[in-house]
Structure formats: C-alpha cells, structure tokens
Design a protein around this ligand. Structure first.
Ligand code: GLN
Length: 225
C-alpha cells in the first residue's frame, strides 16, 4: 500500500488566482513518481485546523476582496501555523498567500488588511503601477521563470532573518526597488510567481523532497506517540 502524504491547501476556494492550484497538482505528480499518494484538504472558512496533521501547507494568491474575507477567519490559526513553520516544516505561499505571513497589506482601495504577523515584512500599495508581466530570477535551485500580477509591494523589516527567494533578471518581484523576488525563512517559501511557479522543475523537485522528509518525520512522531 502506498503511503499518503497530507497537504493542506489553505482557503483553496478563495485563494486560487492564475492557476496556483497547478502547484499542488505538480507536487502530487512528483510525489506519485516517488511512490506516494496525496490527499489535499481544502482548509476554508470556519474550520478547525491543526497544521501538524499535515506534511505540507500551500497558500495561493487571491484578490483583495477574498483576502479581506480570509483575514477575518485566519487569525485563529496563527499559533498552529507559527509552530509548524518554526518546526522547519515546508510551506509554499504565493502572492496574496505570501502577503498573509507578514504584518499587514495596504490595498489599492485604501484598506489595511491585518495579516498573520508571523514573519517580519509588510506589503503596501503605491499609486503609480501594478506589477504585471513575465519574471525571471536566479535562485539556489537555478533560474526560475514565472508570471506576476500584484499591486502590493513587499518590504522586509528584518533582512537578517528573511532571505529573498531569488535575484531578479526580469520583472519586479517583491517591489520595484530591491531587485529581489520572494522570501525564504526555514523551509517556508513565499513568492509572487504564478504560472504556476512549480512548472520550474528544479524548484518543484526541491520542494517535493522537503515534503517527503516532513512526511517521514510525521510518521516517526506518530509511532513514538
Ligand atoms: N491582491 C494582492 C495584490 O494585488 C495579491 C494578488 C495575487 O494574489 N495575485 O497585491
């Protein structure tokens, strides 16, 4: 019997812009290649959630309106997500999902959406432009090509704790000034890349490996309990 890897897709029904669900499909495919089944749970509004029941958390992009709906629900999960991240477990957050790990997101409509405030960064809007187009950047796992579409500009408040995912070759990434894309902290990756990002096999395989490791650890902890 193949083992089943458990993936939590946070607010899948609300946060799923520009084909981000493709990231989860690609991971399921790569995990299948390595002999694992996957179970993907949509963790949505008004649900109980323990991050430690899962081997991987995925959080996709969203429109400002959906983000304001999610903001009202997600605060109750702050503790379990924080502990999961601090325990070196893997998580991938795209665009609006990425913004949620920081302190707040100021929208183009003048609303301030309170985010989880787990990691030291924030996202603001400036009147002149939305960042739309192809992106290309260098990462630890090689060059990544993707697509971005966001009005939020993300800035790190602590540049020693957070590292960028990559260095821009083309496009904006986090904001027009810093020349970097995304964020890494422990085994969490935040990124503005749609496309989906995991069509880039190098980074997809790196994340799949992290998920298998996380699954093995969860199984070991279960048998010890
Ligand atoms: N609504 C956010 C922004 O415009 C995120 C967009 C997205 O997730 N695609 O910055």
């Amino acid at each position: 019997m193949p083992e089943t890897i458990r993936i939590a897709y946070l607010y899948e029904d609300l946060m799923n812009t520009y084909g981000d669900s493709g990231d989860v499909k690609i991971l399921s495919f790569l995990l299948k290649e390595q002999g694992y089944n996957t179970q993907v749970d949509n963790v949505s509004l008004d649900e109980e959630f323990n991050a430690f029941d899962y081997d991987f958390l995925f959080f996709g992009g969203g429109q400002d309106f959906e983000q304001s709906v999610v903001a009202k629900d997600i605060a109750k999960h702050k503790q379990t997500i924080t502990e999961y991240i601090e325990d070196d477990k893997p998580m991938l957050c795209i665009c609006g999902g990425y913004q949620f790990l920081g302190k707040f997101y100021e929208t183009s409509g003048g609303e301030t959406i309170q985010c989880l405030d787990i990691l030291p960064f924030h996202t603001v809007f400036k009147a002149d432009s939305r960042m739309i187009g192809d992106t290309e950047y260098k990462t630890e796992w090689g060059t990544v090509k993707a697509f971005e579409n966001h009005s939020g500009r993300t800035y790190f408040d602590d540049k020693t704790m957070l590292k960028p995912l990559g260095k821009m070759i083309e496009g904006y990434g986090n904001n027009p000034e810093d020349g970097v894309e995304g964020m890494r902290y422990k085994n969490v990756i935040g990124s503005y890349s749609h496309g989906p990002i995991l069509k880039n096999e190098n980074i997809a395989r790196a994340i799949a490996d992290k998920i298998i490791k996380s699954h093995k650890e969860r199984m070991e902890n279960k048998s010890e309990a």
